[in-house]
Design a protein around this ligand. Structure first.
Ligand SMILES: [Zn+2]
Length: 105
């Protein structure tokens, strides 16, 4: 009897975008964390301790999450004007829609 090949099981954590509800691999999403000290910040490493929420790297999702207070709700906190400003500055760096595959020069 032939030995069955073991499927390589890679553990890919799946997370849900709090705005559009699409599930994606954790690395495709941006994590926002509320730290134990109550600070809300973007967590590029995904390892910061605290309560986290995930959003697509899509401006639409961020704008929706910020304007509808969904982010604040997901983090069970309120966003200070400073935090909102910092998040909005980050949003400005995100693509508006699907990323175009433009050849970078
Ligand atoms: Zn989304």
């Amino acid at each position: 009897m032939a030995k069955a090949q073991k499927p390589r099981q890679k553990h890919v954590p799946i997370r849900t975008c709090i705005a559009c509800r699409q599930t994606q691999g954790k690395r495709q999403l941006v994590r926002i964390v509320r730290t134990p000290t109550g600070e809300v910040r973007i967590d590029p490493t995904g390892k910061q301790a605290g309560r986290g929420a995930y959003l697509c790297r899509m401006r639409d999702c961020w704008e929706q999450a910020l304007s509808s207070q969904r982010l604040a709700g997901a983090l069970k906190t309120t966003l200070t004007p400073e935090t909102l400003a910092a998040l909005k500055a980050y949003v400005a760096t995100l693509p508006v829609a699907d990323q175009d595959e433009e050849p970078s020069q």
